[in-house]
Design a protein around this ligand. Structure first.
Ligand SMILES: Nc1ncnc2c1ncn2[C@@H]1O[C@H](COP(=O)(O)OP(=O)(O)OP(=O)(O)O)[C@@H](O)[C@H]1O
Ligand SMILES: [Mg+2]
Length: 312
């Protein structure tokens, strides 16, 4: 089976500005794929090409084996998308909006009714389906956009920052929706700035910067990179220098920096079991610790490192 999404040497220039530069990417069917990168990296540009809102300067993009740059209508039959903050006509209701999109998608009336009510339930707008959108918050419009993307039960979902504008509870709910869609075997390709969110729900990630791919990998393998652990400890009061010296001499400590008077950063070589022992020994030193966390396995750290390296 071909990959759900295949991007080949995709290039887009806007009057001399290279927004995408020979980008290659593959998203296997059934995966939740996080698309990361700093502002202006080219995420939305990629998504607009995938959804045929703009044409690439060169290169190809396939859904399964259909080239969206050549035959957008056929290629996009199995795709639902939310691109940028959605705007709807204020005087319409969710039911009317979905009926309109359903007709555009070529669905028949009974199917539109069934699917609308299922999708609105899924995104938590069940009680709002007959209310005018004029009264909706940004988060509610975001949910409606998601319902519209899901209306024809597509195999592939393309989402540009799907949880932007949602409150924390809304974010958790949308993540739950993604998990259940994944269980149904759907492929989700989503751009995001929320690294923790990506870490939580995605199987794989790609990181781009200045239109170029910096890395793509499974989320799991990104965490297994190093055999040393970064630990951050916060203390109630600044520790005396002799105590710091004692900690420094403990086995496995590769480096210790005092980030500020009450924060210590430790690079420690050892397994997570060893970390437990280290914590015990440090507590025995009578250091007043109120927070102790390992930073390894943190996508944020990987992300910052990759971006820094790409700048060089
Ligand atoms: N219509 C346009 N005309 C000219 N330049 C554009 C246009 N759209 C995007 N760009 C430029 O292309 C680059 C990539 O923009 P894009 O919107 O794809 O970034 P992004 O990764 O989505 O960023 P963000 O995280 O801020 O949403 C940027 O330098 C942007 O200024
Ligand atoms: Mg964008």
């Amino acid at each position: 089976m071909p990959a759900a999404i295949t991007i080949e040497k995709l290039t887009k220039s806007y009057k001399g500005l290279l927004a995408l530069d020979n980008l290659d990417l593959k998203v296997e069917s059934g995966t939740v794929y996080g698309y990361l990168g700093p502002n202006g990296a080219g995420k939305t540009t990629t998504i607009k090409i995938l959804t045929s809102l703009i044409k690439p300067t060169s290169g190809k993009a396939y859904f399964f084996d259909q080239d969206v740059t050549k035959e957008p209508e056929t290629a996009l039959i199995n795709v639902g998308a939310v691109v940028e903050t959605p705007e709807f006509y204020n005087y319409m209701t969710p039911n009317e909006i979905l009926s309109y999109f359903g007709k555009l998608r070529g669905l028949k009336n009974p199917e539109i009714e069934d699917n609308s009510s299922r999708c609105l339930k899924l995104v938590g707008l069940d009680n709002w389906k007959k209310k005018r959108i004029a009264t909706f918050s940004r988060g509610m419009k975001q949910r409606l956009a998601l319902a519209q993307a899901l209306l024809h039960d597509p195999q592939i979902l393309i989402l540009d920052e799907p949880t932007i504008g949602l409150d924390p509870r809304g974010m958790v709910e949308v993540r739950e929706i993604f998990r259940s869609l994944k269980k149904e075997g759907k492929t989700i390709f989503m751009s995001s700035h929320l690294i923790r969110e990506v870490q939580e729900i995605c199987d794989s990630v790609a990181l781009i910067d200045k239109g170029r791919l910096i890395l793509s990998n499974t989320v799991e393998s990104l965490f297994e990179k190093s055999d040393s652990v970064d630990i951050e400890m916060k203390l109630v009061k600044p520790p005396p220098p002799e105590q710091i010296a004692l900690v420094k001499r403990m086995g496995g400590i590769e480096s210790l920096t005092q980030v500020d008077p009450t924060t210590l950063r430790i690079s420690y070589k050892g397994s997570f079991d060893d970390v437990v022992l280290l914590l015990k020994r440090i507590v025995n030193q009578d250091l007043k610790i109120y927070s102790f966390k390992t930073l390894q396995g943190d996508l944020e750290a990987v992300y910052m490192k990759m971006i820094r390296e790409s700048v060089r």
